[in-house]
Write a new protein. Sequence first.
Length: 324
Amino acid sequence: MVLLIAVGGAAYYQYVYHPRHTVPPEPAYVLPNSLEVVDTPAEVRMVVGRLRSGERVEVLLRSHSWTKVRFAEGQTGWVEAKNLVDAQTYDGGQQLLKEIENLSPQAVGHTSAMVNLRLEPSRDAPQLAQLEEKQRVEVFGRRLVEREAVAAATPSSTETPQRDAWYQIRANTRAGWVLGRLVTLDVPEELAEYAQSVNLVAWLVLSTVEDGGQQVPQYLAADRRGTQEFDFNHIRVFTWWTKRHRYVTAYVESNLNGYLPIRVWRVGNVPYFRLRLVDREGHKFQKVYRLFDTITRPVGTVEGWESDALPASAAPRRRRARGR
């Protein structure tokens, strides 16, 4: 009788269970920073390998909450399914990484706790990685997202929707979205005093000035005052006064409805920067500025947020020639 049960169980596994759970080898990627590979998903098991975040494996078999994988040089073993990212999600993360490769980080900071890196700014979006506490990150964007409503016993239409601020970040070779409240921005020491009185959200180096054999950065700083709707509504340019060896405010502008990222580039030796703004009707445009020595001046606007063109008004010599 025991023999018949054993034979029946083996036959069921061979002809029913195994075919249903076996999948054609497909790629997947490791989610946590460190992942143990074991010889069996049974209660008593032995570690046969260890994988790192982002490593590629081949999925061979799925069994409830466990996945059999091929890794390294043909080795096989089992890992918990929740610790793998499918190829489509991984490729989405790589696309995010490519989209920001030519942008300047708006700010730098670190995670204040272990945080999930998401493909999109949503708590329900696919997870790309787990970032450890104090992981250094570069910030490229921000987005306000309304939380999904939680069913209440007596729903009220007058309740203000709750929203989360998300940061688009890069951490080493990973890019994605994290909850903004889990990121602490690391303001440069030279701007720390200014940041004490404002909500500083971005700072970018426009140029450097030589002083005593050292190159001192000159900054564009953006902050947000009295609103959550926009990424920033106020900017300030800090230039270096070599005679006094200290920073001075060279330009200030308020009442901006601005969104990250801020773009900085150079034409010859002249730094330019452009802000992504909206007017009261929600019309998108860019405002372009130029820093010449220590003087910052707006040079015009450009329609939309995608154009890299300079405003026509950025060519003052030709304009003067026509006026003669």
